[in-house]
Design a protein around this ligand. Structure first.
Ligand code: SF4
Length: 356
């Protein structure tokens, strides 16, 4: 194995074609490899029986066939949620969660090890930031679970980029991963089946709008005034709500696409009638939807998710103001399925890096 050999999942089809050209091989060989990786979901060189044995040996000298290894997998008691902790080549860990509900198989993937945003209610935020994931490390999470589902004759239906990390601070690798997974000759996972979630890095939301992708955009809002939001999401001090709302309006105007606003409902904190009214005012006449989820309990965070009555009252207030909202089911509480709860136990806390 060549010491500098890249991870095969970091390469797009034209980069693979270049490698084959440098080996004196025709371009269709790269397409065969691509199909083996993303259609057959083959994991090791030995499985690539479309290549001769000497060709497979040559190939395995030039590329690594993946760098993620599952370290721990937990399944919720109801069987609907599976969470896997992956070890990366540098021994860091990330986590990925598969949620199965009726016909949907939704995968929540990570884009960073840790996260520099430091949201008060998030286990990943409490870990600090360690590094960005490469495009290949993002892709491998999806491919691992696609293989898992294939064994049961099932397929992923949706990918939400809402796991560890802020994807808009690892923008290029995240978009490259989407492009590779979307490639029609390979995994062919439609852009509209991806949802990317951000706390609202305004310049990156603007960039995302200009690119006019079909990927769904979710904004983690969680509070409707700057004072409360800044205590929950420190980055709000840099990108206050009024500016964020303006960029959301611009996004809708440019793309014609609806935005989802995420709201982790926290008992007696952001579930008050005042917050609901303020939120309804901010979203008035906007092409949007509010996804409400009662906060998962987080070790070391004193607040808990709102009870059913407060959740219902909050939604009623939004609906009274003609704001569409859905209460999402909390999943996998018994396996710490909330973002970063497993990895934070396996990674020593690090101070936030000055990345913003
Ligand atoms: S909620 Fe998202 S952005 Fe905030 S700290 Fe956690 S991973 Fe980072």
């Amino acid at each position: 194995m060549c010491k500098q050999a890249p991870n095969i999942y970091d390469l797009n089809l034209s980069e693979l074609q270049s490698i084959f050209a440098s080996l004196g091989q025709p371009a269709y060989r790269a397409s065969q490899l691509w199909q083996g990786l993303y259609q057959q979901l083959w994991a090791t060189p030995e499985e690539f029986t479309t290549f001769s044995k000497p060709q497979r040996q040559t190939l395995s000298k030039y590329v690594h066939f993946g760098t993620l290894s599952p370290k721990q997998t937990l399944q919720s008691k109801d069987g609907h949620t599976i969470k896997t902790l992956f070890k990366l080549a540098d021994n860091n860990t990330i986590e990925t969660v598969l949620m199965s509900y009726q016909t949907r198989r939704t995968l929540c993937i990570s884009t960073q090890v840790g996260c520099p945003i430091g949201c008060a209610f998030c286990a990943t935020g409490q870990m600090g930031f360690i590094r960005n994931l490469s495009c290949g490390e993002i892709i491998e999470q999806a491919i691992h679970f696609a293989r898992h589902l294939k064994a049961k004759d099932e397929k992923l239906t949706n990918i939400v980029i809402m796991g560890m990390g802020e994807p808009f601070l690892n923008y290029d690798a995240t978009m490259e991963a989407i492009d590779i997974l979307n490639h029609p000759l390979g995994f062919n996972f439609g852009e509209r089946r991806f949802t990317i979630s951000t706390v609202g890095i305004i310049p990156m939301v603007e960039k995302f709008a200009r690119q006019k992708r079909q990927v769904n955009l979710a904004i983690s809002l969680h509070a409707a005034d700057d004072d409360l939001r800044s205590t929950l999401i420190p980055l709000n001090k840099k990108y206050p709500i009024q500016d964020l709302m303006q960029v959301c309006e611009d996004y809708i105007r440019i793309t014609g696409r609806r935005i989802s606003f995420e709201w982790a409902l926290i008992q007696n904190l952001n579930d008050t009638p005042q917050q609901a009214k303020l939120l309804a005012g901010r979203l008035k006449n906007m092409l949007c939807h509010v996804n409400i989820i009662q906060l998962n309990p987080i070790k070391g965070y004193p607040f808990k998710g709102s009870d059913r009555e407060r959740t219902e009252a909050f939604c009623q207030e939004l609906r009274r103001n003609h704001i569409h909202c859905t209460v999402r089911l909390r999943r996998g509480i018994d396996i710490n399925a909330g973002c970063g709860q497993l990895a934070s136990q396996s990674i020593k806390a690090q101070p936030n890096q000055p990345m913003l």
